[in-house]
Design a protein around this ligand. Structure first.
Ligand code: NDP
Length: 281
């Protein structure tokens, strides 16, 4: 298919839903061959349907169910992509989450097991995927875009300390990898979204769809919290990822931090708001 990603092959992790799904769809519409992945078969079917509805031929997408935190999952993602498409040009490390504590604890009482799981998903899987895909990207002079978060900024998040910690670590890794890999012609960048209406909040808190929507509406409609005046949609982030993954558009950008600016009040309101939503469960 014609488009700025014609002849490009992209692996987008966490593309069974949310930002990843929208990114896979945008890339495919702009000509890329995309590997879509996640653990949940029903969600993967949803992305497949969105691709079919957009008129993307089966030859241009591949669905690989995989847990990105496992070696076997990472390996099958890469080998199945190479088997079907023959090369890899773009890796979007998007899969991530703020995982709830198994003991339902908050703050520094959250267990080390929670810390390990959050780090494994948001940081270690990115490190491993980067290492494994590196030779293929060196060959294709390819691109990596990591999806971090605005919570990586220097603010304390008392209730869920490990997710911001993981995203801050991810940003530091992105800076190091970007400088290291540009020597091989591989560009590494990151986007750091603010509030985006996806499955993220529901997965993190167990809140219902309606409660999540109320949260997004409340936060988004208060410009002193979110200056742009509304909560983000996945396509807003997908467009920034596409810009950073397209060498024609962003050749001279590496180590970028594409931040969705929120005010200091956001961080206070977020904590108060999410606390009241938690306690309403
Ligand atoms: P969603 O919950 O909507 O999507 C998360 C995606 O990650 C799903 O496709 C999910 O797939 C996948 N995923 C999670 N864990 C695993 C795993 N172990 N193995 C494979 N896939 C996994 O959230 P978003 O779209 O919002 O999240 C995308 C990224 O954006 C994340 O890195 C998140 O931290 C970041 N972000 C989101 C913000 C927001 O407000 N939404 C704000 C800032 C950053 P499945 O369920 O099928 O396994």
């Amino acid at each position: 298919m014609p488009g700025r990603f014609a002849k490009k092959v992209a692996i987008i992790t966490g593309s069974s839903f949310g930002i990843g799904r929208e990114t896979a769809l945008l890339f495919a519409k702009e000509g890329a061959k995309v590997t879509v992945t996640g653990r949940n078969e029903e969600r993967l079917e949803g992305t497949k349907k969105a691709l079919i509805d957009a008129g993307i031929p089966e030859s241009n997408y591949l669905i690989v169910p995989a847990d990105i935190t496992t070696s076997a999952g990472q390996d099958s993602l890469i080998s199945e992509t190479l088997n079907k498409f023959g090369k890899i040009n773009i890796l979007v490390n998007n899969a991530g989450a703020s995982l709830p504590d198994a003991q339902k604890k908050f703050g520094i009482d959250q267990g080390v097991d929670t810390y390990e799981k959050v780090m494994k998903l948001n940081v270690q899987s990115v490190i491993e995927m980067t290492q494994k895909v590196r030779p293929h990207l060196a060959k294709s002079k390819g691109e990596i875009v990591n999806v971090s978060s605005v919570v990586a900024l220097k603010f304390g998040f008392a209730r869920t300390p490990y997710y911001p910690l993981a995203k801050a670590a991810l940003d530091q890794y992105t800076r190091s990898a970007a400088i290291d890999l540009i020597a091989e012609g591989i560009r590494v960048n990151t986007v750091n979204p603010g509030i985006v209406q996806t499955g993220f909040l529901g997965s993190a808190t167990g809140m219902s769809g309606d409660a999540c929507q109320e949260f997004y509406d409340n936060m988004g409609s208060n410009p002193s919290v979110v200056p742009v005046g509304f909560s983000g949609r996945p396509d807003h982030i997908a467009k920034a990822i596409a810009f950073l993954a397209d060498r024609d558009s962003s050749e001279y950008i590496i180590v970028s931090l594409y931040l969705w600016i929120l005010t200091h009040k956001f961080f206070r309101t977020f904590i108060v708001n999410s606390f009241s939503l938690y306690t309403r469960q």
